[in-house]
Design a protein around this ligand. Structure first.
Ligand SMILES: C[S@@+](CC[C@H](N)C(=O)[O-])C[C@H]1O[C@@H](n2cnc3c(N)ncnc32)[C@H](O)[C@@H]1O
Ligand code: SF4
Length: 364
């Protein structure tokens, strides 16, 4: 079984905060890109059964129906599991009713929708091409078409945002009755308009207050907080993203995509020209056993359920041989419930600062 990520780097507008691998949409380039993508998949894919497929971007929904037809013809090469989770990432402004119908009729069963905020003033500030009324219409249409598994990306911690603004976003979100939410605190990344303009991150205490509000409100409204930044109703957690946090193998295809096959982690080039010339790979790392164990800890503790003691021990030996595990349990930062070891919920917000302690410990 394998998971597959496919990157579609085209966007109709460029958001002021975004450092993802993306370029402006151009139909001639899309056509050449899809040819290169088909070539890469033919070269790398070994015919395994695909259990989760995630088409992300960029903005996959910016493709026209005829470009989507070509993309789905390429996807038909995969040996798809009958219980496939098939996610398609969409922006509100490019998701027409026709495209929704097309996706639904071609096996997509999960939509990840980039909403970011329901506040029209902040949507403009981010340079998003939609307003909150568009989100309501699109979510309504998605449900009418038949999509049940919908996820929304919600950002917070914009310069000038208050806790009460976040609270209003949560009120709006809860009214939409969406089964999965991914939340992101705004990062001011180099190479973005915000960075160039000198935008500053908000105060850390305020960021924490917003995070706590999000966790509490979503939990009180029936969402399970299952990963540091992800929340889902029963049965709607992202199986694809769990592949990453469970440290399992996956293919990454497309410009800027990353993959993990066998003991090799690889990143494709972010240069569109190189990708179109079939010069796909940027670099690869062959992981040692210690590297793999470090990833198991760092990724596994992102899940609120943490790491299963017996499955870890079957793969890598006794988990308690790592002093850092025993020390963090004694300090109350990790909890051992006899089955799983997981981050104490009070420390989830600062989990990164705890996880760095593992770096010095796993290398013998
Ligand atoms: C792959 S990206 C973009 C998906 C899609 N094109 C969109 O814009 O809706 C996935 C999510 O990462 C988040 N994101 C991107 N850049 C970010 C940043 N600088 N800080 C925080 N979150 C960010 C946004 O919520 C975005 O929806
Ligand atoms: S956030 Fe999404 S739509 Fe905006 S530039 Fe990045 S990939 Fe494109």
């Amino acid at each position: 079984m394998r998971s597959v990520y496919i990157h579609i780097p085209f966007c109709s507008d460029i958001c002021n905060y975004c450092d993802f691998c993306k370029v402006y949409y151009d139909s001639d380039v899309v056509s050449r890109y899809l040819d290169a993508l088909e070539f890469e998949i033919a070269k790398r894919y070994n015919g395994e059964v695909v259990s989760t497929l995630y088409i992300g971007g960029g903005t996959p929904s910016v493709l026209s129906i005829s470009e989507l037809e070509r993309l789905f013809q390429i996807i038909s090469r995969f040996n798809l599991d009958s219980f496939l989770e098939f996610t398609f990432e969409c922006n509100v402004d490019s998701l027409s009713y026709d495209k929704m119908l097309f996706l639904f009729n071609h096996g997509v069963n999960r939509i990840s929708l980039g909403v970011q905020t329901f506040n029209d003033k902040f949507l403009k500030f981010l340079n998003r091409g939609h307003c909150s009324a568009d989100v309501v219409r699109v979510v309504d249409d998605l449900k009418r078409v038949g999509f049940r598994n919908i996820s929304v990306d919600l950002m917070y911690a914009f310069p000038g945002e208050s806790v009460s603004d976040v609270s209003s976003d949560l009120d709006f979100l809860l009214r939409l009755d969406i089964p999965h939410v991914s939340t992101y605190s705004l990062m001011i990344e180099p190479h973005t308009k915000f960075f160039v303009d000198g935008a500053l991150s908000i105060d850390e205490d305020l960021d924490y207050e917003m995070y706590r509000l999000i966790c509490d409100r979503l939990r009180d409204n029936g969402y399970k907080h299952y990963e540091v930044s992800n929340f889902s109703r029963e049965g709607f957690c992202s199986r694809h993203n769990l592949t990453y946090w469970n440290n399992f193998n996956y293919y990454g295809f497309g410009c800027g995509a990353s993959g993990y096959i066998g003991n090799v982690r690889y990143d494709n080039t972010r240069s569109l020209n190189k990708y179109l010339a079939h010069d796909f790979l940027w670099h690869e790392d062959v992981l040692s056993k210690s590297d793999i164990i470090l990833n198991e800890f760092i990724l596994g503790f992102r899940k609120l359920d943490g790491i299963n003691i017996s499955s870890f021990s079957q793969k890598y030996g006794d988990i308690f041989k790592y002093d850092v595990i025993n020390r963090l349990i004694l300090e109350g930062k990790l909890i051992n419930d006899g089955c799983n070891i997981y981050i104490n919920p009070s420390y989830v917000y600062i989990s990164n600062t705890i996880l760095v302690d593992f770096i010095g410990e796993v290398y013998e």
